[in-house]
Ligand binder design. Sequence first.
Ligand SMILES: C[S@@+](CC[C@H](N)C(=O)[O-])C[C@H]1O[C@@H](n2cnc3c(N)ncnc32)[C@H](O)[C@@H]1O
Ligand code: SF4
Length: 451
Amino acid sequence: MDTKTQFAKLGLFDAKVPRYTSYPTAPHFSNDVTPTDFEGWVKAIPAGNSISLYIHVPFCRRLCWFCACRTQGTQSDDPVRIYLQTLKAEIASLGQILPKGVTLSRLHWGGGTPTLLAPDMMTELAQAIADIAPFATDYEFSVEIDPNEIDEARLDALAAAGMNRASIGVQDFDDDIQKTIGRIQSFDITKKAVEMIRARGITSLNADILYGLPHQTKERITESVQKLLSLSPDRVALYGYAHVPWMAKRQQMIPSDALPTPQERLDLFETATQLFMWDGYTEIGIDHFALKGDGLDVALRTGKLRRNFQGYTDDTADVLIGLGASSISRFPQGYAQNASSTSAYTAAVRAGEFATARGHTFKGEDLLRSRIIEMLMCTFGIDGAELQRDFGLSDAALMAHYREVTEKFEGMIETVGCQLSIKPEARAMTRIIARHFDTYDLSKAGHSSAI
Ligand SMILES: C[S@@+](CC[C@H](N)C(=O)[O-])C[C@H]1O[C@@H](n2cnc3c(N)ncnc32)[C@H](O)[C@@H]1O
Ligand code: SF4
């Protein structure tokens, strides 16, 4: 049986599996976690520790049809200014309970489109954050930048606020594909954004591109990847396009008969991967690539690569606090998610409360399984020695965890002593293998294609 037939037999082309940016995944959160839990978990951060902070800006000037992110369109700045005041109130409330001496090792502004904030709003937001927690020495401050929604003044404001990593959305450079996915963005606009970013000394650049888009072929993705490579990003996220029109209604504008088949998606992914590898990039986890020496490359080589809601990271902080509508925080005790709708979030913050609406408190084997899944997603393997050290697992208990996958995925997985690894040719199966360690109701597991 050839490899692809074997993948098909094991469900690669039919299964819907989570991307495991958390465990348990967000559909398993419940309303058991309250603002009181969030407050208690913040207060339990040891004084002087470094944490990560994520700020969500759920607005865009245009709504791209392909986009599954939680965001809303607005042509006016009015709702954005009102939202900024709510965010500032939430930041100030956090500042009141944050233990002394806490610093920020990572700050990320995401969305939506944080770059639709006017320069004065960016400065105001950055100041509000600096007022409650200064940057740690080796901080990283990254912002998601839509090349269609950026200019010199806004970049000046971001650079002055300390931004040192930019993440630009590219998706695909092909004209036909751009028309079909409702996202027009010329190569020249993207190149200009990159030049403006680099002119301010911001040398760390990430770019997002997609495979599995309507009308995408191997030739077209090759051309798009080559154009992207001409801009020399330090990191690339090569996401599989998630077509979920029942959740993201605007995707109904995209004809599903123009989408590649799951087998074609795998070919597109492999074509793009090959191009990045030929150009000297290191493969980071299931869908990222980094130049040698980039933080993700170093983290992979030193065993410090982690996975969180923003994807792969070299941040080792135990606590990630998410502010803004729908943002998720992770603490050693569990996850806390803010109310999703901007109105419910605003109402809670205006009432002087935190906006936590749901979450999950870790229990039983959650932390062990979370770490196993994270290891698989980061390194395509399981470091049994680390699990035995951190979770006190006996040899027999560790082997019992391995047995189900080694039997089911025979020939794709190797074990040497207490270490397990997925063979390089079977890496496309990683999320399906990871799912075997997930004990939550898999019918709620997630809607994105396994490849
Ligand atoms: C939250 S968006 C913000 C990007 C920014 N607003 C822009 O347009 O450049 C971040 C990334 O999510 C990815 N994304 C959005 N919708 C997606 C989907 N349906 N499937 C896969 N990735 C998606 C895109 O690659 C996008 O660049
Ligand atoms: S891709 Fe970016 S600009 Fe387009 S709708 Fe999504 S968040 Fe907004």
